[in-house]
Each structure stands twice: as C-alpha cells, then as structure tokens.
Design a binder for this molecule. Structure first.
Ligand code: 6V0
Length: 333
C-alpha cells in the first residue's frame, strides 16, 4: 500500500483508543478454552498466555495465531515469564496442580498456594491496576489467597465461583421446562462445587416464580425432584471429567461472559466468588470468599445483591462459609 499523504499512516493521538489486554495464566484445557472464547468474542486487543511448559505454550499460541484469517485482529503473545503480562486490564489465573491419586484436598490446596505465591505477586507487580479473575480450584479459597497475595482491594479480585454451576442449573431447568436457558433466572450461590446452594426461592421463568411455572406446565414437582436437579448440577462436573477427563467448553464460555461484563462495563449480575463477610449472617471478621450475585463492571465488583434467602438457604450458605473459612485459616496467610 502506498500512503496518500505524508501523515497518512499515523493515527492522531487524540483518536488513539486505549488497547485492552487480557492475560491467561495456565495454558491447559481450561486456560485455552477461555483464551479461544475471548478471541472469538473479540474482547481483547492483546492476549498474553503464560504457562510453565514452554513447548506446549508455544504450540498453543501458534495454533491460535494460525486462525488469524478468521478472527478479529488480536495480538497474541506468550512466555513462561510473567513479565509478558505487563499492563494487563484483566488477568485470569487457571494454573493449577493436578490432584495426585490418594492426595487430600488440603494437600492439593497447599501445592496450589505455593504456585500462587509465584504467580500472584508478580502479576500484581506487572499490572497494578488489573482485575484478577481466579479460576483454579478450589476456586473460593484460592480467590482469598489471590486477594491476600496481591494486596488488591477486594473489588478487583474475583473468583469464577458458581457462574458455571448456575449455568448448569439454568440448562437443566430449561431442559425440564422446554424453554431457552437464557430465559431462566436462577442462581447457585455459596461454594463452587459440592456444597453449592440452589436458591429455589428466587428461580423464575418469564418473571414467574418457577414453582408456579412448573405447576402451569403440569409437571410433577416436589422437594425430591428439586434436590435431584441440584444434585445433577453438582454431579455434572464429575460426569464430564469421568467421560472426557476434564471440563473446558462451559468454563470457557462462563469466564468469557465474566470478561465481557468486566471489560465492557456491562453491569451484569453474575454469581461469582466475592468477599462475603457480613452478608447473610456470615461473621464480619471472616474474610471468606464465596459466590453471591454481584454486579460487574470495569471497576470489578461494583456491588453484591442482598438477595432474599429462606432461612434454610441462608443456613446452608453459612455452613459453606464456615468450612471455607476454616480452610483459609489453615493457610496462615
Ligand atoms: P491443566 O490442563 O492441567 O492446566 C493447568 C496448566 O497450568 C498446565 O498447562 C500447567 O503447565 C500450568 N501451570 C502449572 N504451573 C504453572 C505456573 N507456575 N505458571 C504457569 N502455568 C503453570 O488443568 P485444567 O486446565 O483442566 O484446569 C485448570 C484449573 O482450573 C484446575 O485447578 C481446575 O480444577 C480448574 N477448573 C475450575 C473450574 C471452575 O469453575 N472454577 C472449572 C473447571 C476447571
């Protein structure tokens, strides 16, 4: 191409847009699913990938770069050194040690804390203004760890939490009711995983409380069936892992939806892991992170919904909070 005038190639400073940079730490199954969904949704101008295994990392980067002709223009960089993340707007941590057969959860947690000690302070140093989004498991405890190690305000440290569990919940309800999952408003809150709490009291479809719509659809529905659906939500992760060895696509879309709400200042409500002290009777001195519906925007967590819970639901939430806080205290951070 030949310029039409001398200054034709220079974009005037006043017209220059601030570029958006997202870093993904851990280029495993989950990290790469997240990176590719962020790419296809055109959420970043630059994506930095970091992993401890250089060949695999470079292979993943090249494989994505080779799709450039079919994607919005995004600069892709990768390195084993966290300096490549410098200037990130959003840093997503998916790096994690895998559970060794027979290993206790606490031992796995301690290995992941050791990993976070290497990753989080370096991320904070290179991108002091970034939002930190933790995906590695156990996500609620590791979000607390990331908060402690980063020194960031709690509004900028978020765990992907039950955003995925809630999507599974909405999918199962939608299947049952034969409607689109996007029309099902339903939240799982609390711990991501086994003790997550299904907030039946607030489930609605087309603005109708769900139990009424279930009656309207003439389906048999009782407590047992409700608990069956909650159980299926919890079991579905185990089922996918037992069938394909890991989960990736749903967590990829789930985290990309969080990235969109954060980077584009969408103010959408997502159930994510946030500092929950003082909510629903959780002791104000317990710096526990667990999922509650939170309003997300460019500043991170803009607010947490004070949703109405039944006494039973609040009790379950406090029980989760207690167990999670006990885990956090054992880490001595
Ligand atoms: P994986 O495929 O083993 O990927 C982990 C990656 O981390 C590997 O590529 C490692 O090389 C890399 N890694 C290890 N140490 C470092 C380090 N110091 N720096 C950079 N990279 C490093 O695991 P997978 O991708 O399947 O899962 C990643 C994590 O996400 C695990 O902790 C899962 O339990 C967790 N998930 C969380 C979900 C959620 O809803 N929060 C959902 C699915 C998985």
């Amino acid at each position: 191409f030949r310029p039409v005038s001398d200054d034709a190639t220079a974009t005037p400073t006043s017209h220059r847009r601030r570029l958006t940079k997202v870093s993904v730490i851990g280029a495993g199954n989950v990290g790469m699913a997240i990176a590719q969904t962020i790419l296809t949704r055109d959420l970043a101008d630059e994506i930095a990938l970091v992993d401890a295994v250089p060949d695999k990392l470079r292979g993943e980067m090249l494989d994505l770069q080779h799709a450039a002709a079919f994607l919005p223009r995004t600069r892709l960089v990768s390195d084993t050194d966290l300096a490549v993340t410098r200037g990130s707007d959003l840093a997503i941590v998916t790096a994690g040690a895998r559970q060794i057969p027979g290993e206790t959860r606490l031992n796995l947690l301690q290995r992941n804390v050791a990993l976070f000690r290497k990753i989080v302070p370096a991320l904070a140093e290179h991108s002091p203004e970034a939002l930190l989004l933790v995906v590695s498991n156990p996500v609620d405890v590791l979000t607390y760890v990331a908060w402690k190690l980063s020194g960031f305000p709690a509004s900028r440290v978020i765990g992907s939490g039950t955003n995925l569990d809630s999507s599974r919940f909405r999918f199962l309800l939608a299947e049952h009711l034969d409607v689109n999952a996007q029309d099902v408003q339903a939240y799982m809150v609390g711990e991501h995983g086994d003790s997550s709490v299904a907030v039946w009291s607030s489930v609605s479809v087309a603005g109708m409380p769900v139990l009424k719509s279930l009656q309207a659809s003439h389906r048999c529905f009782d407590e047992e069936a409700l608990e069956g659906i909650r159980r299926s939500v919890v079991d579905s992760a185990y089922e996918v892992i037992s069938l394909k060895g890991y989960t990736s696509w749903a967590i990829g879309y789930s985290v990309a939806s969080l990235a969109a709400s954060l980077l584009r200042d969408q103010r959408r409500i997502h159930p994510v892991s946030v500092l929950a002290r003082g909510f629903h009777g959780i002791a104000p001195e317990n710096d526990v992170f667990l999922s509650l519906p939170a309003r997300l925007g460019r500043g991170g967590v803009l607010g947490v919904a004070e949703m109405e819970l039944t006494e039973e639901e609040a009790k379950k939430l406090r029980r989760s909070a207690k167990t999670l806080w006990e885990n956090c205290q054992q880490l001595g951070l």
